[in-house]
Structures are given as structure tokens and as C-alpha cells.
Design a binder for this molecule. Structure first.
Ligand SMILES: Nc1ncnc2c1ncn2[C@@H]1O[C@H](COP(=O)(O)OP(=O)(O)OP(=O)(O)O)[C@@H](O)[C@H]1O
Ligand SMILES: [Mg+2]
Length: 411
């Protein structure tokens, strides 16, 4: 047996220094992890569960066997494809050559949520120096070079790495601007349309439909755009940052990322009922997000693209993120699916499929119908105006039209 141990630190509410919460032992041979809370942590009046589904403060809990042997909240705090690419470029090796536990430990203070992983309880607070707004030009260039496998200037690579520990596959970097932390999402080489601008427009449309959306900005650097989304898990206090706990829906439902067959909105709704401090509000919001995903053909609604913030009195849905219409052509594939099961017709992206399970979201059938009809009208009337106001061109509107209008034809 070959065990690597990490101390799991947690930033408790309003605190800018993390405290040791427990020990994570990872068997590098079997790829199984196990965790134990420290006694002193459990005695704290404000102790938070580090993973409220798999590791409740009162125990008992099982070893982590799925998701590479990481508990869900730990996996959420580790980088995905993009962050791994950035770390691998420093270590000069392919991304597959680095183990899950190394990525977990290598990720820096821009990781999502309130956890940190160190080798010893005495290890000092890591330095936190996210890039600044004025660095964005260089960061954008570096992200382009890195995506294409080109060498990146070392100083700029370091800067990019300082902000690249959030999850997700697309090029991105956390940066500081106006005393706030922002997630900057950059263009990617495979984009068939200006994705940062389309994401900005879609999130703006979501806000107009009443969904909870973080503050957004769009920046143009030369010929490229970057979308800035305010980090919802960080608040500035006394020159530093306090952090909120974060768990994806994947972790809350205790699913494996390869276990796509099991993913369903019904299970997420059940978990909201069990853990949320405001179940009705969250269930209604989740229902509206599913309706929105159907209406704008956002088929990348996998369970890591739904998040929850954890506080002592319970958890709540995080603001919306990562919502973009999938491009399609008129007359092609009039039926499409979301990434998770919705109702009796499985993943089929139809409002009728969603409305038929209204009680799952604590709604009556009449409420569900009214809500979806109002959203449908609102999108039909205003999406073009909203997208043009966001700076998209008439040609972009033509490209997006089939994604935005197909659902209306087939209700
Ligand atoms: N505003 C935010 N504040 C804090 N964390 C965020 C915010 N938006 C997203 N995140 C976290 O960052 C991760 C990556 O963001 P996002 O999903 O937008 O990136 P992506 O690369 O487009 O993802 P994907 O691989 O799903 O396409 C999310 O899974 C979530 O954990
Ligand atoms: Mg995502």
C-alpha cells in the first residue's frame, strides 16, 4: 500500500485564514480515498462539513471510490481540463501523467469554494496573488498559445497559473478588478461563434427571465472578447478574501462523472429538499433554469454546471453559470436532449416533459405552465434585441436562430 496524506483545510465563515478540518488519506495504488475530521475541528462552534453529502459532521462515512477516489467537494476544488493543462505546462509533462492527488494539492487559492489541501497542519497560509485587470491582454495571449501547444513566456505562464485553478474545460483565469474577484472566460480555438459574447448575452437574457445571475462584464481586447463573471464564492474583507463553500450538483447527488445514465434533475431536487436552507426558492429556481436550458438549447447542463453554496445554516443554489446555446441548423434534429433526465420522457428537451413533473419542484401544474409560458414569450419577444444589444452581429443572430426558435415549434 502506498498512502499519500493531505490535511484538508477549511476557511470558516468570515475568516481569511483556513483551519485544519481533517486528514485525507489517498491510496495511490487502489485510487481510494478516506477522510477523518480532526477532534479540535469538530469542537468548533462554527465548524462546517467539508462535503455535506458524503462527509456530514456527525458521520458516519464511507471511503471515496468514485471520481478517482476523491470525495465530491474535493474533486470540485481540483482543476478540470483547463487548470490541468496550465499545471502540466509548468511541470513539462502530459496532463495524464499527473495524479488526481497531485492536481488536488497543486491547485492554488483561486480554486472554487472554501477548501485547501496542504501536506502538514503547520503549513502556512499560501500566498494569494491573482492577476490584475491590466494583465488581461497577456493572459489572453498566453491562453491562446497554451491551447495550441506553443511555448508560453515563463513570466506570463506563472501569472496565468496564479488564476487558473477553477474547474471547467474552457480557457479562463481569475483576476482582480475594482476590489472584486472575477472569472474571466476567454475565446477557445474551436469556437464556431464568439462564445464569450454569446455567453454574456445568454446570461443577460436569463437575468431578464428572472433567474439569479452574477454580475457580468464584457471586455474587448483587440479583436477578441472576454466575459467577466463576478466570483460568487469570494467576498473582499480587510484587504483579503473570505470564501463560501461550494459543491456541484454532481457532488451533492454523489454521482460519478462517468455515470451519465444516473444523472437526473429529480435527484438534484430531492437533495435540495434534504439540504437546502430555502427549498422552495431553490426548487423553483432550478425548475426555471431547466425551462431556460430547454428554450435556449443549452445542452451542456451537466451536473458540474449546477452549483451550491454551503453555509452553516444549510446550502443554497449558487447563481447561474456556464449557459450557452448549442448551435444547430434549421430542420436538423428538431428534437434534442438535455444532459440529465427531466421527466417521463427522460432527457427529452420539451417544456411538456418538464411541466409534467411540476410537483418534483414544489409547483402545481398551473404554476409550472404559467411560468414556462411567460418565459417562452419573453425569450421569443426579446432574445434578438438582447443579443444585438450585447454586440452580436446580424450574422450571429442568423447562426443562433435555429437554437433559439426550434423549441417554440415543438411544444
Ligand atoms: N461566478 C463564479 N464564481 C465562482 N465560481 C464559479 C463561477 N462560475 C463558475 N464557477 C466555477 O468554475 C467552474 C468553471 O466555470 P464554467 O463552468 O463557466 O467553465 P467552462 O470551462 O465553460 O465549463 P465546461 O467545462 O462545463 O464547459 C464551474 O464548474 C464552477 O465550479
Ligand atoms: Mg462548466
Amino acid at each position: 500500500m502506498s498512502i499519500t496524506s493531505l490535511i484538508v483545510f477549511c476557511y470558516l465563515p468570515e475568516s481569511i485564514e483556513a483551519v485544519p478540518a481533517g486528514k485525507f488519506d489517498y491510496d495511490t495504488q487502489s485510487g481510494i480515498g478516506s477522510f477523518q475530521y480532526g477532534h479540535r475541528y469538530l469542537e468548533r462552534h462554527n465548524a462546517l462539513a467539508v462535503d455535506c453529502a458524503a462527509l456530514p459532521l456527525g458521520g458516519p462515512f464511507l471511503p471515496a471510490t468514485s471520481n478517482g477516489g476523491l470525495y465530491g467537494a474535493f474533486r470540485d476544488a481540483s482543476p478540470d481540463y483547463w487548470g490541468r493543462l496550465v499545471i502540466a505546462s509548468r511541470l513539462h509533462c502530459p496532463i495524464e501523467a499527473i495524479t488526481e492527488i497531485d492536481y488536488l494539492q497543486e491547485a492554488n487559492a483561486t480554486r472554487v469554494g472554501n477548501l485547501d489541501f496542504r501536506f502538514s497542519p503547520e503549513d502556512p497560509e499560501p500566498t494569494f496573488s491573482p492577476p490584475q485587470f491590466q494583465d488581461i491582454d497577456n493572459l489572453l495571449k498566453a491562453s491562446e498559445e497554451l491551447e495550441q501547444g506553443h511555448p508560453v513566456d515563463e513570466q506570463i505562464r506563472v501569472l496565468l497559473e496564479q488564476g487558473s485553478s477553477l474547474g471547467g474545460a474552457r480557457p479562463k483565469c481569475t483576476l482582480e478588478m475594482d476590489d472584486e474577484l472575477w472569472l474571466a472566460k476567454f475565446p477557445s480555438r474551436n469556437d464556431g461563434i464568439n462564445i464569450p459574447r454569446v455567453e454574456y448575452a445568454t446570461m443577460t437574457l436569463a437575468r431578464e427571465c428572472g433567474l439569479i445571475v452574477p454580475e457580468l462584464r464584457l471586455l474587448t481586447i483587440g479583436t477578441r472578447d472576454a466575459l467577466l463573471v463576478r466570483r460568487f464564492d469570494r467576498t473582499s474583507i480587510s484587504g483579503s478574501w473570505s470564501r463560501l463553500g461550494f459543491m456541484s450538483a454532481l457532488s451533492l447527488a454523489e454521482w460519478d462523472e462517468r455515470d451519465r445514465e444516473r444523472w437526473s434533475y429529480r435527484t438534484i431536487a430531492d437533495r435540495i429538499r434534504r439540504h437546502s436552507k430555502q427549498p422552495d426558492t431553490d426548487l423553483h429556481e432550478l425548475f426555471s433554469r431547466i425551462a431556460f436550458n430547454i428554450l435556449v438549447r443549452n445542452t451542456d447542463d451537466h451536473p458540474r454546471n449546477h452549483g451550491f453554496l454551503m453555509e452553516q445554516d444549510g446550502l443554497s443554489l449558487s447563481p447561474l453559470y456556464d449557459v450557452v446555446p448549442a448551435l444547430t441548423r434549421s430542420g436538423v434534429g428538431t428534437e434534442f436532449s438535455l444532459a440529465m433526465g427531466i421527466g417521463p420522457q427522460g432527457r427529452l428537451a420539451k417544456l411538456s416533459n418538464l411541466c409534467s413533473v411540476a410537483p418534483v419542484f414544489n409547483l402545481t401544474s398551473a404554476q409550472a405552465k404559467n411560468l414556462t409560458t411567460a418565459m417562452q414569450k419573453r425569450i421569443a419577444q426579446s432574445w434578438q434585441e438582447t443579443f444585438l444589444a450585447a454586440g452580436l452581429t446580424e450574422a450571429d443572430i442568423v447562426l443562433l436562430e435555429p437554437s433559439m426558435t426550434l423549441p417554440f415549434a415543438k411544444i
